[in-house]
Write a protein that binds this ligand. Structure first.
Ligand SMILES: O=[N+]([O-])c1ccc(O[C@@H]2O[C@@H](CO)[C@H](O)[C@H](S[C@@H]3O[C@H](CO)[C@@H](O)[C@H](O)[C@H]3O)[C@@H]2O)cc1
Length: 631
């Protein structure tokens, strides 16, 4: 290296603080503001990356370089943009982010794990009503005897994300969903913050284990292959809005906010989470994207969070009503609140021009810009992005690997909650016999991979059908599980006469909610859409039946319960439908416990464990068990 080429910031042997300082002191305002700018893939080109010094690119929900794009196609996209960034004066690498919220869900053939609502049910809860005392970690083993399941899911997800050349995921969502009418309730592990806290174990799975010598609050991402930067979201109180209305107002006093919605952020920070995403929602009428007390005062100053804070998609635009009504105010309020990186995602020249104007005119102090850039650079340095900015194909075989699908299958098994097993306790229906003459499989969700994956799968809203990605439907899992002599008859929505006339040994009915995401999932009645209820009535009125409900949350089931012999909550299991039949047919026992209260009627809502008016159909923590069948 000649003297002219040597810059301290490029030397990985230099202390992190020295590298940051050395780079910062050389950066122009344009280069600094570029680092704070995250743009969507569709408006990103190598030239844009170079010209505007763009620090980050994302794929929004369903934003893929091509339908069913391969790992190589993804890597070429990411590397192409990265080369644009590396060809700038200072060669600061950009960081590409994507929502991998239940596996690498935008990507064809990725392993799709159960959504968080199912993972929250995998805990082997022992009702130890101890106060949370001592180190926050100590108390969670009571709540989550299986924390390493979610950590292993994080490890597998990180490998599949890196297989496509991407180093950053907008996960985990650590919302504490307090009302199932919220369209994003399935992205929340539980109504109980202690379960959500336990599930932050996914962060060391994604990022790697924080070394004991690491500075508390500092971001940590292992530079070993196959780890990604994570993002705890959405700060703060996203799951507490009135009636679960998405992006709406969380009305609760400070004590309640800190007791319910804050604890998992403490765990995330202690585990070295690299980034935190701000919530669209408001707290007592104040937009979180404009809340300096909570973003800077609490998260950065009190909790000493040293990673970077990122806005949500057009999050600063939505500070005003209507959105973008006063963009300059949005920029000033959002950046001023302490947001470091703005997920613009499209009108990036407006953002850059406006922020530049406000800094040059001392409306936003340079110290705020420097704080933001320092945090962004800290994450990029610590995760080794400067040393390894370009991806290769070495992890491509991890995408949808058999090992990961087996892990997902295990997670599905453990997420199932058995709510009823036989019309009398001493005559259980489950586990079902594999050898059984002729059986019926019915329902809109029995042979529909898209339905069993739910939203945030291949597209933002999710897609019905079996042609969107690779996986195993519940029907095909049944066919491969039963004895070869057992005849499996599939009829999506049979009438009662068909059922009666066929004299089936038993029936499996799989019904539930269609895929949805965010506001499109907000729902005040929570009924299972037709023909689900009529399929239940036609089948269960004529033959012994087990109903498997595929849903992102508890749904109205009480009116049908008496006519059902056995009832299983399967949540949104993802691509590995075999996990459902593993338990239905006794290869494994049912062990899952409700992480969400199952209401009787929606007019009880919101109703969470501990509430004075608590009167559930199935209480929080409930779940019947079965023993594996001795084969
Ligand atoms: O056409 N419309 O009707 C429509 C409506 C709303 C839209 O708004 C946008 O839709 C999605 C489509 O990409 C975006 O992902 C976000 S959501 C946001 O995105 C982040 C990045 O993906 C995630 O990490 C966050 O967790 C999530 O809250 C936004 O709501 C877009 C289109």
């Amino acid at each position: 290296l000649t003297e002219a080429d040597y810059f301290k910031y490029k030397d990985p042997k230099q202390p992190l603080s020295a590298r940051i300082r050395d780079l910062m002191k050389q950066m122009t305002l344009a280069e600094k503001i570029g680092q704070m700018t995250q743009i969507e893939r569709t408006v990103a080109t190598p030239d844009v990356m170079t010209k505007y010094f763009i620090g980050s690119v994302l794929s929004g929900g369903g934003s893929v370089p091509a339908p069913k794009a391969s790992a190589e196609t993804w890597i070429n996209l990411v590397n192409g943009l990265q080369k644009g960034s590396l060809s700038t004066r200072l060669g600061i690498p950009m960081i590409y982010g994507i929502d991998a919220v239940h596996g690498h869900n935008n990507v064809y053939n990725a392993t799709i794990f159960p959504h968080n609502v199912g993972l929250g049910a995998t805990r082997q809860v022992t009702f130890i009503l101890t106060q949370i005392s001592g180190s926050p970690q100590a108390s969670f083993k009571h709540y989550c005897k299986d924390p390493n399941l979610v950590k292993r899911i994080g490890e597998a997800t990180a490998l599949e994300v890196r297989a496509t050349g991407i180093p950053y995921v907008f996960a985990p969502c650590i919302a504490v969903c307090r009302d199932p009418r919220w369209g994003r309730c399935y992205e929340s592990y539980s109504e109980d913050h202690k379960i959500v806290q336990a599930m932050t174990e996914i962060i060391p799975g994604l990022q790697g284990d924080m070394p004991p010598t690491a500075q508390k609050g500092a971001p940590y991402v292992s530079t070993a292959k196959g780890k990604v930067a994570a993002c705890a979201k959405h700060y703060l109180g996203d799951g507490g809005t009135t009636k679960g209305i998405n992006e709406n107002n969380t009305v609760i006093d400070l004590n309640g906010l800190l007791r319910i919605h804050m604890p998992a952020y403490l765990n995330s920070i202690l585990k070295g989470v690299a980034t935190v995403m701000v919530s669209y929602s408001s707290w007592n009428g104040k937009k979180m994207h404009a809340n300096k007390e909570l973003v800077t005062g609490y998260l950065k100053d009190k909790l000493r969070f040293r990673g970077f804070v990122i806005s949500d998609w057009e999050g600063i635009d939505r500070i005003t009503s209507p959105p973008k009504a006063n963009y300059s105010y949005s920029v000033q309020a959002g950046v001023g609140a302490g947001i470091d990186m703005i997920m613009v995602p499209y009108n990036f020249t407006d953002f850059i021009d406006d922020l530049t104007y406000q800094v040059k005119n001392n409306i936003i102090p340079m110290s705020r810009i420097d704080d933001a850039v320092k945090r962004i650079l800290r994450v990029k340095f610590v995760m080794g992005l400067f040393e390894n900015p370009l991806a290769d194909l070495s992890l491509a075989s991890q995408l949808g690997s058999k090992e990961h699908r087996e892990l997902a299958r295990e997670a599905v098994r453990k997420s199932l909650v058995l709510l009823k097993n036989g019309k009398s306790a001493y005559k259980p229906l489950l586990p079902l016999p594999k050898k059984a003459g002729k059986i019926l499989v019915a329902g809109s969700h029995a042979d529909n991979l898209g339905n069993q994956c739910g939203g945030w799968t291949i597209t933002w809203q999710g897609l019905e059908g079996n042609n969107n990605t690779m996986g195993t439907t519940i029907l095909s899992a049944i066919k491969s599980t039963v004895d070869p002599t057992t005849q499996v008859v599939y009829n999506e929505n049979p009438d009662a006469n068909f059922v009666k006339s066929n004299k089936f040994s038993y029936a499996i009915v799989v019904v539930g909610e269609p895929p949805y995401a965010e506001t499109f999932g907000d729902n005040l009645n929570l009924t299972i859409p037709q023909p689900g209820p009529s399929t239940i009535a036609n089948v269960c009125g004529a033959v012994k039946c087990v109903v498997v409900v595929i849903s992102g949350r508890p749904v109205v089931i009480q009116p049908y319960l008496a006519g059902i012999d056995a009832l299983v909550a399967a949540w949104l299991p993802g691509t590995e439908g075999q996990g459902v039949t593993d338990a239905l047919f006794g290869d494994y026992g049912f062990t899952g416990k409700l992480a969400r209260t199952w209401f009787k009627t929606v007019d009880q809502l919101p109703m969470n464990v501990g509430d004075p008016h608590y009167d559930p159909l199935f209480p929080f923590g409930f779940g019947l068990t079965t023993k594996p069948t001795k084969n």
